[in-house]
Design a protein. Sequence first.
Length: 294
Amino acid sequence: MVTGKRPIGWSLLVALTNGRTRIPDDRLAAAVRGKVVLVTGSSYGIGEATARRLARAGATVLLVARTADRLEIVAEEIRADGGKAFTYPANLAEPTAIEELVAKVLAEHGQVDVLVSNAGKSIRRSVADSYQRFHDIERTNSVNYLGPAKLVLELLPSMRERRQGHIVNVSTAGVRTPPVARWSAYLASKSAFDVWLRCVAQEVRDDGVTTSTVYMGLVHTRMSEPTPLLNKMPGLTPEQAADQVCTAVADKPHNITPPFVRPADALGNLFRVPTDRLFEQYYRRTNRPRKDEP
């Protein structure tokens, strides 16, 4: 987690690179009061902060993550604050667990008005360190693509039947910017679900089901903490990131994108070869053995 004093203008730099969206409490409450909102990955970070804010706005939040004990702590704190929260421990990398989760949720609540697909797995590893670790790619895809897709498939029939539902994909700005070495498994899995959901959205919109994608910039959480470089870069707090997610829940935009992404996306496509060569040079410079290494 980022600590310590930041230079003057740091907050402005964070806003310019990662975006700032603050939805007013009254507008959020008008959109979600009395609605059932399922938030995956809600035991920590963005998911936890999102669930807390939605509950304060009057939504019934369904907390989903693997860690049952932590989910219960979050739920108890939400209830103590006057909100409604229910816990559903589940491993979203297991298709049968998702089927059981949705069956239980629909039996107990009747419907899910909004799905916030936030759970994710981050991995930063060079291909040279991945030769004997194909399971890393499999696990990352299970959490970031296959699991979310399965969850949407399980919830869509009831949403389409009711002709009402909204799906928010908490993605990453990295799927819209030029690819970077060491992030192959992570960015590929996030890109897969992004494209999959955009295709699905074209089929279900006439049935009253809408989608929003939050191309989230850097957020300083437990997920980013193991990467020293990210800790030095301007990023959002989980609460600031939750503001963007809640804006997507209430306003239902097609997407929320940080300011730097669109020009980076355009320039990356226009100058694809030199951009790839630039990142190649960066990788070579940062991949040199330390002096104490053979």
